[in-house]
Design a protein around this ligand. Structure first.
Ligand code: SF4
Length: 368
């Protein structure tokens, strides 16, 4: 059975319009037989197919600037910071972390808005980070580093940061126009180099379609990453709804995103590549997720309905981890080797998807 026929037989994928030529290229590519891990919230929450349960996850996101950011990038305008827990002083960070520990947090994403140089000013907070790690060595801290010089990367390592995450941009025009940043694009690679020189797990991200929904520097970003040795690569797709009305973003086409998956897989054959939870919703998500499965990516956060069934149908070894937003905080890299990690039987997920998307369930019931 051809891969397209496998996909077309899955009811949940019916709305998808998969590109035949691209699907054939996936089927011929050498990396499509790898295992794949799907990261979902708990099974119960997953069954409702919503990301809204993220707020209760064991990995809270904490912002050291609250909702403030001087950079105001066109795709974000600091909106990403709004739902995070604010901890704008070192004392507040200590208090927030202890509160979250009481609530059962296993780790956190530490982030914040940038200054005009795309640096998050973590300096005064690092002694508290060290204190947290000394008091709670098992508490994992993933940090969105933004741009760093070598001494800041070392200071982060010495504070005990477990995972360092950085958006890698490959086009100067994107740096100047979308980020409003007056720094050379090479500074992104230098920052990556500085981070990789430490013992932290480094997880660069590429935001596909960051240049107003167009592909521009994504392939250069891949080349930059290929020159270093990070722990994994996370791909996300720009979310146009964060953009202001005056600078609209197109929704990247799923075909372009799928082709980029193929190129990323070929450029970084040994590196785990994961699809993070940020990507547009609707039909385009169905298609993007199907292409991610076919391209041989190792992980998908919040998979669209039909993705797990597709992976099983293509003979991939499938694992489902009930983790919410784990890719966003680097947990997948920190916990991949953890044999105690909870797993869901993928067949249960497929059954739930089939119930949800069954034609019968869409027939309205008329009460007498
Ligand atoms: S620097 Fe980060 S938080 Fe600030 S606007 Fe840009 S993407 Fe958003």
């Amino acid at each position: 059975m051809s891969w397209l026929a496998v996909a077309e037989a899955i009811e949940a994928l019916e709305p998808a319009r998969l590109d035949r030529e691209l699907v054939d290229r996936f089927a011929r590519a050498p990396h499509n037989a790898r295992g794949i891990n799907f990261y979902t919230p708990t099974f119960k929450a997953y069954a409702s197919s919503e990301i809204s349960s993220c707020g209760k996850n064991a990995w809270p996101a904490v912002s050291i600037t609250g909702g403030a950011c001087k950079l105001q990038c066109d795709h974000c305008k600091a909106k990403v910071l709004e739902p995070m827990l604010p901890a704008t002083t070192p004392e507040a960070l200590w208090r927030v972390v202890n509160e979250q520990l009481e609530l059962g947090a296993k780790g956190m994403l530490l982030t914040g808005g940038s200054n005009h140089r795309d640096e998050v000013e973590y300096g005064p907070f690092l002694p508290v980070v060290r204190r947290i790690k000394d008091a709670h060595p098992g508490f994992r801290i993933a940090m969105h580093t933004a741009l760093v010089d070598a001494s800041m990367a070392c200071a982060m390592e010495q504070a005990g940061i477990d995972a360092a995450m950085l958006d890698v941009i490959g086009a100067q025009d994107t740096v100047s126009q979308v980020y409003h940043l007056r720094r050379p694009v090479q500074d992104f690679e230098r920052s990556l180099e500085n981070l990789v020189a430490t013992s932290m797990k480094v997880v660069p991200h590429i935001v596909i379609g960051l240049h107003y929904g167009r592909m521009l520097g994504e392939w250069q970003a891949l080349e930059m990453i290929a020159r270093h040795r990070p722990a994994a690569l996370v791909l996300v797709v720009v979310m146009p709804f964060y953009a202001p009305a005056g600078r609209p973003f197109a929704t990247p086409s799923s075909r372009e995103v799928g082709r980029f998956f193929l190129d990323a897989r070929a450029a970084l054959p040994e590196l785990p590549i994961l699809l993070g939870c940020a990507r547009p919703a609707g039909r385009v998500k169905l298609e993007i997720d199907a292409y991610a499965v076919m391209a041989g990516l190792e992980g998908i956060a919040h998979p669209a309905d039909g993705s797990v069934e597709l992976a099983l149908g293509l003979g991939r070894e499938v694992r489902v981890t009930p983790a919410c937003c784990s890719i966003a905080v680097g947990e997948e890299v920190l916990a991949l080797a953890d044999p105690a990690a909870e797993r869901i039987d993928p067949r249960l997920v497929v059954e739930a998807e089939r119930r949800r998307t069954s034609r019968l369930s869409r027939i309205p019931v008329v009460a007498a």
